[in-house]
Design a protein around this ligand. Sequence first.
Ligand SMILES: NC(=O)c1ccc[n+]([C@@H]2O[C@H](COP(=O)([O-])OP(=O)(O)OC[C@H]3O[C@@H](n4cnc5c(N)ncnc54)[C@H](O)[C@@H]3O)[C@@H](O)[C@H]2O)c1
Length: 366
Amino acid sequence: MKIGVPKEIKNNESRVGMTPAGVFELVKNNHTVFVQTGAGEGSGFLDGDYKSAGAIILDTIGLVYAMSEMIVKVKEPIAEEYELVQKDQIVFTYFHFASSEPLTKAMIKSESVCIAYETVEDEEGALPLLTPMSEVAGRMSIQQGARYLEKPVKGRGVLLGGVPGVQPGKVLVLGAGVVGIQAAKMAAGLGAHVTIMDVNMKRLRYVNDVMPSHVVTEFSNEFNIRKHIKTHDLIIGGVLLKGAKAPNLITRDMLKDMRPGTVIVDVAVDQGGCVETTRPTTHEDPVYIIDDVVHYSVANMPGAVPYTSTVALTNVTLPYVLKLANLGWEKATIQDESLRKGLNIIRGEVVYKEIIEAFGWEAEVV
Ligand SMILES: NC(=O)c1ccc[n+]([C@@H]2O[C@H](COP(=O)([O-])OP(=O)(O)OC[C@H]3O[C@@H](n4cnc5c(N)ncnc54)[C@H](O)[C@@H]3O)[C@@H](O)[C@H]2O)c1
């Protein structure tokens, strides 16, 4: 198969859909890979690295789309790319169709085959192509939180690990899912005292089994959260209710109970946040302060560490890319149920019912 890797042109996106290691595997399987010149630069991969792995470097994004049977990328196509997508072409990327009607309509019109990373689902209902980004964001939340606890950026002036003779900082993690566990692990590694809360006892038992003794679990309810926010320096929001807005576990009135300079990193911002005062921020201007509480709520945290994020993402996408290339999308999605769940639009027809529901298109479909 002819596979194309365009350069991402969405604002501030430095990741790329395939690493030289991925190109190497595909070429080994007798496929041809076209990479747009400069596509990997933001993630630290140069044209020469791709060439050595067997890729053909093309000068323009137009050529990559025109010559490829499958496009592998990171973000959804933006308006400038809509017309480039070809009839029958497979496009394998994050789409998040339900949040953009213009994108959905453009992909319907293109008559391409759109397979969305975010809806590929394994037997346990987990989302294997979203997990690595949650891992990155969870780990990063502590790195960012530790920085904003510093006094010059209006934090409490607390060093998370403490020093001999001084108590370590205290980190409260809401949600013991992928984000929460990675955050707890990083904070514990720095020597902080960690409290992690969830409503799922299975998750809390797991954390209790695998974490060191300075990570303690507590059931998540309003009473316990109100108690802990008074004494913790850094609060991480990692709560998710599948397919719904995150619950507001910290309400506006609770901010006054926190000590000045407390930092909240609300990773769940992309689902509305689990703090009432959360609003999305960017890497250019990541924090704001309300009632002396520092809020960090960047909606695409992995974007700041494109090398790690690109490698983490392509590690999990590559087996699916290989399957699609070796078998073609029809056979591949019959053989692999996880991949079948990734099918969102097939040659002009929306096949993922949540998208139809999101736009209230049921009547038209019937
Ligand atoms: N900002 C970013 O850049 C970024 C990056 C990756 C993921 N995220 C977001 O982070 C959030 C968490 O993702 P995840 O992969 O860890 O999800 P996950 O499903 O693995 O974990 C969520 C956890 O929240 C728990 N939970 C639900 N209700 C709760 C409550 N009332 N109190 C405490 N815990 C509760 C669940 O039981 C679950 O264990 C999602 O909204 C995700 O989209 C953001």
